[in-house]
Design a protein around this ligand. Structure first.
Ligand SMILES: [Zn+2]
Length: 307
């Protein structure tokens, strides 16, 4: 089923390092949802400038606090002077620029501090592109995340709570805070109760087959609940692939030392998989080579997908 979008909505589909940027045209101004990864800030500025077509970017709204969704915030604010609106649950972390709570230092990802102007809470109603939207709590991938629903157009902006095939890493559960995986299921149940014809996800193209996507997401959640090691393996592969897109290349001989230096890889490898970083390095490289997610060229591990 092809995705159908109202004329005032422009989805700038990005790769996996940057989240999609969703632009809502509002007369001579506009609002953007999510701003990509900091390493792509220049690219984001150029793409948004082009999509604006001379309009003013008045607002930038974030679905959640991860590096690939907030990385362009500071640059966009510098260029456009836009107001930044963030989920209320991350306000404290953004104000203090708490790199651990924002998952930056832990996962060895980068960010660019920014000042926000307002917050959105679950249940809040607001306007985007001249349409009425409501924010809903979407804990799981990020416990403070929000998704946005527009009943009139049956649209859902799902962030990383629901993709066409799955959802984002359930960081809370992976980091040992129980309840995040259960919250993931409850969020999927809450989303399933909405009237939705088109989903605009945080990554990947907008899609129309809401029911099939939900079914895949529920299956994945159940598989993770049944097998925490599977969830751990999946998270390590996804997070490493993401970081490699930022690094662009890593000496194969330095993989174990790199994994040892990043708390997320070291801790998850030990606690969930019971592997040392040396063992983890061998396993991870095998898995990613087999999945064709990476290649080894001249002694360097390089990504095989577009950033
Ligand atoms: Zn995310």
């Amino acid at each position: 089923m092809a995705a159908r979008l109202p004329g005032q909505v422009r989805v700038i589909e990005r790769g996996w390092l940057s989240s999609n940027n969703i632009l809502f045209l509002e007369g001579d101004s506009a609002t953007l949802v999510d701003s990509g990864y900091v390493g792509h800030a220049e690219q984001t500025l150029a793409l948004v400038r082009e999509a604006l077509g001379g309009r003013r970017l008045a607002r930038l709204i974030n679905t959640h606090s991860h590096s690939d969704h907030i990385g362009g915030n500071a640059s966009l604010k510098r260029e456009h002077g836009c107001d930044i609106v963030i989920p209320a649950g991350i306000e404290e972390h953004v104000l203090a620029w708490d790199e651990e709570a924002l998952l930056l230092s832990q996962a060895c990802q980068r960010g660019d501090p920014f000042r926000h102007d307002a917050v959105l809470r679950a249940g809040d109603e607001f306007e985007l592109g001249g349409l009425a939207w409501r924010a809903l709590a979407a804990p799981g991938h990020d416990m403070e995340a929000l998704v946005f629903h527009c009943p009139a157009e049956r649209l859902l902006i799902s962030g990383d709570a629901l993709w066409e095939d799955g959802f984002g890493i359930v960081f809370g559960e992976i980091l040992g805070h129980q309840g995040a995986l259960r919250a993931t299921r409850e969020t999927l149940e809450a989303i399933a109760a909405l009237d939705v014809a088109t989903v605009i996800p945080g990554h990947g193209a907008p899609f129309g087959d809401f029911e099939a996507a939900l079914e895949r997401a529920f299956r994945r959640q159940a598989a993770f609940e049944a097998d925490p090691q599977r969830m751990g393996r999946n998270a390590l592969k996804a997070c490493f692939t993401f970081n490699l897109l930022d690094l662009q290349r890593l000496p194969a001989s330095g993989l174990a030392a790199y994994l040892e230096s990043v708390p997320f890889f070291r801790d998850v490898g030990a606690r969930i998989l019971g592997k040392s970083t040396g063992e983890l390095a061998g396993w991870l490289l095998d898995e990613l080579l087999r999945a064709r997610a990476v290649a080894v060229e001249d002694g360097f591990i390089v990504p095989r997908m577009a950033a």
